[in-house]
Design a binder for this molecule. Structure first.
Ligand SMILES: CC(C)(COP(=O)(O)OP(=O)(O)OC[C@H]1O[C@@H](n2cnc3c(N)ncnc32)[C@H](O)[C@@H]1OP(=O)(O)O)[C@@H](O)C(=O)NCCC(=O)NCCS
Length: 161
């Protein structure tokens, strides 16, 4: 069931993730990674990278998450972006990405990218589709560990901060 954002907003909390969020981040991501929509992450990987995660709560339930991965002093990535199925298309994805962009800006980063199956969503937020080869930092640090390394069908998008 989808709700209008104006109805949700008073109850929304956007915050940094804490240890208690690991299970809900894992479950939200797994519901999509099981269907091949998102790359899977283990609980220990989420734990190791917890400081990078922002989450959204609605009525004390964690319903969305996303992580900011820094590659260089200029370039970062939106990773592990998920809105719980029953809350999609209510504006939460936009709130989360804009919050991660604000965090990146405040850190002094200059560009933010993503590898995605939903480039149209990112285009709505000002990202442009580009060639993946523009991001060797991503390819060599994260993509080499991915099972789809030789057969990547995701689209690269980037925005200036
Ligand atoms: C992609 C995802 C994060 C978007 O979150 P969301 O809360 O549903 O999106 P929003 O409601 O904030 O949408 C913002 C805008 O993008 C558009 N949009 C959202 N999903 C879209 C899609 N799949 N295709 C095209 N446009 C889309 C919306 O229509 C809206 O446009 P508007 O501002 O003109 O009304 C969410 O659908 C999701 O979790 N998907 C599964 C996991 C995934 O693919 N994550 C991305 C990994 S990079």
């Amino acid at each position: 069931m989808n709700f209008p954002l104006t109805q949700l907003q008073p109850e929304l909390v956007v915050r940094d993730a804490v240890m208690e969020d690991i299970d809900s981040i894992y479950s939200m991501m797994k519901s999509y990674s099981d269907r091949g929509i998102l790359l899977p992450r283990s609980k220990s990987d989420i734990c190791d990278n917890l400081l990078k995660f922002t989450v959204i709560d609605y009525n004390s339930e964690t319903i969305a998450c996303g992580a900011l991965e820094i590659f260089t002093s200029e370039l970062c990535e939106v990773r592990s972006l998920v809105v719980a199925s029953h809350m999609k298309h209510t504006g939460l994805g936009r709130i989360l990405v804009e919050s991660l962009m604000e965090k990146a800006r405040s850190l002094g980063l200059k560009r933010i990218m993503a590898l995605t199956y939903v480039p149209e969503f990112f285009h709505k937020l000002g990202f442009k589709t580009v060639q993946k080869e523009l991001f060797p930092e991503k390819v060599w640090s994260v993509c080499v560990k991915c099972c789809k390394f030789n057969d990547c069908d995701e689209v690269a998008v980037v925005a200036d901060l």
